[in-house]
Design a protein around this ligand. Sequence first.
Ligand code: NDP
Length: 252
Amino acid sequence: MTQDTTQATKTAIVTGGGSGIGLAIVEKFIQENIKTIVIGRDEQKLASAREAFGELCVTISHDLSDLSGIPALVEQISREHGRIDILVNNAGINLKKNFEEVTDEEFQRILLTNVTAVFALSREVVKTMLPLGAGAIVNISSMASQYGLPKVIAYTASKSAIEGMTRAMATELSPNGIRVNCVAPGFIATAMSATALNNDPERKNKVMGRTPMGKLGTPADVADAVYFLSSEGAKYVTGTVLPVDGGNSIGF
Ligand code: NDP
């Protein structure tokens, strides 16, 4: 899919946009004529995104856990692409391990990527949005923040932190015209999760049994919600956490 960049309506940054949910968000933004800057580490994934989406898709290879590089990264984006209208903090990592076996280093590694990097990138992008008096930030948390899911202690802590940070940022930045919201996906069929569930029919039945809609979500389902929250359609929406989970969070 190629687009004419002269038609770009806005500029967005999507972290982790080279795969899974992030890739679907990039596709949605490109369809909406939003110039989309994809940040990730894997060069091959970034090259595939460029090839798939054409000129409206710009990729930057950067490890966001390198916090010291973030101010220069945002400065480069501003210099080369002008105003940043939207930031989607989608990049995230997980660690499945028994609670008592998680080391301090592992816990901190998850928090570094899933929380501190989100804070640091948001802070630098917000500095560029403040003079404009406008901007939309969408964070990606997880249904893990609502449930006490086993064996994902660091991930759960990180996703709960994202939701708290979303509310605090929304309150503080509202007077400056910057909206901050969060999408909390349930079980989404990315390559990784679909394979894991398909290889474990018992777990798949359990998951589907507590999902009122009775099916996995797709990355595109999450992307539609992210686009809504980033758009004019959500101009009076801030500080919210929108579950995209087939009803999972109803808790039936
Ligand atoms: P993927 O593993 O496909 O995507 C994660 C992305 O994050 C990758 O593109 C990866 O890029 C990027 N990333 C990770 N660490 C870094 C880093 N240090 N610097 C830059 N980029 C990084 O997973 P999903 O698409 O499933 O997950 C996307 C988001 O959705 C995550 O925040 C996840 O927690 C959340 N989520 C997913 C659910 C699901 O069911 N799939 C459910 C609930 C929440 P690269 O490979 O280039 O390093």
